[in-house]
Write a protein that binds this ligand. Structure first.
Ligand code: DAH
Length: 337
């Protein structure tokens, strides 16, 4: 029996030396209830009363030795696992960070913000109106009754007979004048719609920026001064503006406004198609009918209005030759701005 105990001890200690030793399995196999040491102790009944305490003590010593060796081995394995992990997960805090891909504003948004800043600098506020609009605001209140020929050039998408996708930002003029009494000084940028086929210069969805000033004593020279200031800030200090007579139902008199070509300075080039001038907006003095439609007395107040295409201004400004580029989200285009 003593030899058996010695055997168990040396076998266990030897196994513990192996680097792949499974300590838990070993514990069960040697020290567990059904383990080898227990089996020996169970056989002690066959010993003489003198031998029993000696073997008993020896068995306890063997158990204690194996336990101590096991505990030491477990601690060693743990330490090694931690060391390995630390080694594996080494972190170099001096490494440069992974680059973050930052987006930026769409060229149209950028141009819009730039234009807003210019008008805010002149004391304008920004007004907003709905894109789904009543026929009344989009046409009738702007002096464009049913069957007026101006409706042909602004054919749009109808939700019902009298609700449509606005074809211009001009209805915001009416909404603002209904809400606010003069002095009024607002711009209103936003989306507009027309049932035009998509090509290099047309899109069924595009953007406009409306402007409206109403107060006592507003004249055409206020309009000219405002637009001239805008054009210089937007296209460069040398820029000149030119008014050509035109007709809009909601302004009288009305004009189309050109800026001198900022590329050639007016001599004529590819950008201005040899004209020396580039058309950027429509404008005029607010028609007395429109003022009175909105409850403003045209005998007391007068005003001017203008409306420009954001795409057009942006294309002119950056030399973009196809309107479709704005909506395709092609990074090769967007990254250039
Ligand atoms: N709404 C007009 C259009 O889409 C542009 C315009 C012309 C706006 C004259 C105005 C204006 O405010 O006074 O063609």
């Amino acid at each position: 029996m003593k030899e058996k105990l010695q055997q168990i001890k040396s076998a266990a200690l030897l196994e513990l030396q192996s680097p792949e030793c499974d300590t838990e399995a070993l514990r069960v196999r040697y020290l567990g209830k059904k383990g080898e040491l227990t089996a020996v102790l169970r056989g002690m009944g066959a010993l003489s009363p003198e031998e029993r305490p000696i073997v008993g003590q020896m068995a306890n010593e063997v158990r204690a030795e194996i336990e101590a060796a096991l505990t030491a081995k477990v601690a060693e394995l743990k330490e090694k696992a931690l060391a390995d992990q630390l080694c594996r997960e080494k972190l170099d805090v001096t490494m440069p960070a992974a680059p973050i891909r930052m987006g930026h504003q769409h060229p149209l948004t950028r141009a819009q913000r730039e234009m807003e800043e210019i008008f805010i600098g002149m004391g304008f506020e920004i007004a907003e109106g709905p894109e789904v609009e009543y026929d009344y605001y989009n046409f009738q209140a702007l002096n464009i009754p049913e069957n007026h020929p101006a409706r042909d050039t602004q054919d749009t998408f109808y939700i019902t007979d009298n609700i449509l996708l606005r074809s211009q930002t001009s209805p915001v003029q009416v909404r603002v004048m209904e809400q606010k009494k003069p002095p009024i000084r607002v711009i209103s940028p936003g989306r507009v719609y027309r049932s035009d086929a998509l090509d290099a210069t047309h899109s069924p969805l595009f953007h406009q920026m409306e402007g409206l000033v109403v107060d006592k004593g507003i004249t055409m020279s206020d309009l000219k001064g405002t637009l001239e200031t805008f054009a210089r800030k937007m296209f460069g200090e040398e820029t000149k503006i030119r008014f050509r007579p035109h007709h809009f139902p909601f302004t009288e008199p009305s004009a189309e406004v050109d800026v001198s070509c900022f590329v050639c300075g007016g001599k004529g080039c590819r950008v201005c198609k040899g004209e020396g001038w580039i058309e950027i907006l429509g404008a005029g003095m607010v028609h007395p009918f429109v003022l009175s439609n909105c409850g403003i007395d045209p005998e007391v107040y007068s005003g001017f209005a203008f409306g420009m295409g954001l795409e057009r201004v942006t294309m002119t400004r950056y030399g973009i030759d196809d309107i479709r580029l704005f909506y395709e989200n092609d990074e090769r285009f967007l990254k250039q701005f």
